[in-house]
Design a protein around this ligand. Structure first.
Ligand code: NAG
Ligand code: NAG
Ligand code: NAG
Ligand code: NAG
Length: 359
């Protein structure tokens, strides 16, 4: 029998290994082009074991639903792109740093920004899977089976092939939450608080897609008379989902873990967050300076707006360090003329504009 100290060391080592692998995430599916579904051979396990960033439970789901993986990757990519759009004018701009951890160490802080990132990537997965179902790309799902909305005019047909958000939601829940669900945390520990935070934000992201899906219709009938309409359930534009989640980010609730293992509001005068709200457990760093420990990239070299008083203004963006001016040449289309028929011809005008970057 191994001696006790040996066992203890082994346990320590394995928890260390766990910590290291935790730095990576299924988000890395966005970086490694997953082969097209038709490239998967059913039961070919090596593919799943080669994908980086999956937790044991996610690896199992990968083996069962290999054809879904490309869409999970697509969803993650969509989430990252939306995050970068929403945060393009802020100190933390959602930039990705490498292939395995994707966003780097900043995600180790349970901040508002981390909350948004989890939500928007979970939303991306619901979106991508729901659409893949509708397009017939997956063998386990098809068109939406949502029931006909009660307020749909009686002579409109319900039955076009809709985005399958019910399936997308369920699958994303299973897959995205797996990492947090498969572990046993010490009740009331910081790790448990963080896991609960992730789960809440994943759910908020999924629900945003689910709730914003709406009825879309197409006209039929003689010469566009629209006497007949066929309607179906359709995903909202992902930009709108991003906007909604950005609002949730602005109103995110600060939480802490209780000894009983529940998240509670830090300030009990605020409203209890609903499952559609974002929550965070750590204050945000200021993201001003490059810091290898926290993973902050800093704002040195970032473009800023000299006249804006918002986050994109030089004062806030550069954290008071000052900024440099440089001239840049911008080329624009100008003096456009309409030619009969039917094209527009423009000249190219160059303009020299002042731009500012943070010191
Ligand atoms: C990330 O992946 C891309 C393409 O898969 C590769 O070209 C690049 O070198 C990788 N970067 C790192 C830091 O591993
Ligand atoms: C990086 O951040 C950590 C944690 O906030 C802080 O303790 C450390 O001093 C910072 N390092 C640098 C080089 O600023
Ligand atoms: C985001 O910020 C980093 C450094 O702060 C910079 O290198 C990168 O170009 C920025 N990305 C965008 C899209 O502005
Ligand atoms: C800079 O900010 C001002 C005020 O918010 C805005 O009107 C202007 O369009 C911005 N300039 C650029 C280049 O974004």
């Amino acid at each position: 029998m191994p001696s006790l100290p040996l066992l203890f060391t082994a346990a320590l080592l394995s928890s260390w290994a766990q910590l290291l692998t935790d730095a990576s995430s299924w988000w890395s599916l966005a970086m490694n082009p997953v082969q097209r579904p038709e490239m998967f051979i059913i039961g070919a396990q090596p593919v799943c074991s080669q994908l980086p960033g999956l937790s044991p439970g996610q690896r199992k789901l990968c083996q069962l639903y290999q054809e879904h993986m490309a869409y999970i990757g697509e969803g993650a990519k969509m989430g990252i792109r939306e995050c970068q759009h929403q945060f393009r004018q802020r100190r933390w701009n959602c930039s990705t740093v490498d292939n395995t951890s994707v966003f780097g160490r900043v995600m180790q802080i349970g901040s508002r920004e981390t909350a948004f990132t989890y939500a928007v990537s979970a939303a991306g997965v619901v979106n991508a899977i729901s659409r893949a179902c509708r397009e017939g790309e997956l063998s386990t799902c098809g068109c939406s089976r949502a029931v006909r909305p009660k307020d749909l005019p009686r002579d409109w047909l319900w039955g076009g092939c809709g985005d399958n958000v019910e399936y997308g939601y369920r699958f994303a829940k299973e897959f995205v939450d797996a990492r947090e669900r498969e572990k046993n945390f010490v009740k009331g520990s910081e790790e448990q608080g963080r896991a609960l935070m992730n789960l809440q934000n994943n759910e908020a992201g999924r629900r945003a897609v689910y709730k914003m899906a709406d009825v879309a219709c197409k006209c039929h009938g003689v010469s566009g008379s629209c006497s007949l309409k066929t309607c179906w359930l359709q995903l909202a534009e992902f930009r709108k989902v991003g906007d909604r989640l950005k609002e949730k980010y602005d109103g995110a609730a600060a939480m802490r873990i209780t000894r009983q293992g529940k998240l509670e509001l830090v300030n009990s005068r605020f409203n209890q967050p609903t499952p559609e709200d974002l929550v965070y457990v750590d204050p945000s760093p200021d993201y001003c300076l490059r810091n290898e420990t926290t993973g902050s990239m800093g704002t040195q070299g970032r473009l800023c707006n000299k006249t804006s008083e918002g986050m994109d203004g030089c004062e806030l963006m550069c954290c008071g360090r000052g900024y440099d001016r440089f001239k840049s040449v911008q080329v624009e289309r100008c003096h456009c003329k309409f030619h009969w028929c039917c094209f527009v011809r423009c000249k190219k005008c160059t303009e020299i504009v002042d731009q500012y970057i943070c010191k």
